[in-house]
Design a protein around this ligand. Sequence first.
Ligand code: PMV
Length: 317
Amino acid sequence: MTAASAPGKVILFGEHAVVSGFPALGGAIDLRARAKVLDCPGKLLIETEGLFVSGFSLDLLSGQVLCRQASHAARYVSAVLREFDASDLSIRIESSIPPASGLGSSAAITVACLAAVSRHLGHDLPAKEVAALSHRIEKTVQNGLGSPMDTALATFGGYLRVCRQVEPLALPPLQMVVGDTGKPHDTRQQVAGVQALKERYPDLVNPIFQAIGAISSRAAGLIEEQNLSELGALMNANHGLLEALGVGSRELSELVYAARNSGALGAKITGAGGGGCMIALPGPGNGKALIAAMRQARGRAFPAVAGCEGVRMEADT
Ligand code: PMV
């Protein structure tokens, strides 16, 4: 048996502007996907289990679906298995990361699966190669779409600055609250909408991207100094700029304002917007109040720590 786990992620600052080459800042969070590989002669099984991936079992060799509930996880796992030309294995995936919500669920599944399968088959891949291969696999499954941020954070953990290149940053952990609208979002559609707005109004949208990039650049220093009130102010400013780009939604705004009204130092959309998740920075001792207020506003809210460990091999438990 070989097992590995990898974290999800949040984009703290800079989404959308990063597509046009401005800096963004992301952090790995303490929600994880876990892949467990076992020898299974004559079969190639994928099984999923967990809070956010519902159970099913599929034998890729016979094509037999043993329990009929498809999950997005299978597409990434089977792409990893193809990469290694694997057979006679059973892969079990568990994940506590909500899918299609901007929290890096598919990257975490891909990275955990790749680490576990490669180790099980006797390949010792350096982390850099795990990140590069996972990014290529994720992009193939997603028809060419996917920034390197998700797979790099799932592999290396911590924080990353992305601006054409991906650069790790050594910063302390950051306690936050994630609010999930429960509405899946479509990153491709949101990116296309913002890029189309930029085509129509370059003189308006470029300065917005520039302002978002300036916020991302300042944020790392504020996390370093633990200047949370200024960091919160920048989250609010970044949120306003994302609204200006047209990626807000009523559900996201309700969660943002529920958090701010119950004492968050700042709150913003995380990821592509239009649905998916937002993040809030709690003030001293008010994390529970934020979560209660965001649940009242019909969100799934939970605490998360940014800056967590990347992919790791796991003992069987
Ligand atoms: O897919 P998400 O929700 O994690 O967001 C992607 C972030 C964007 O900047 C909108 C797109 C990208 O490729 O960087």
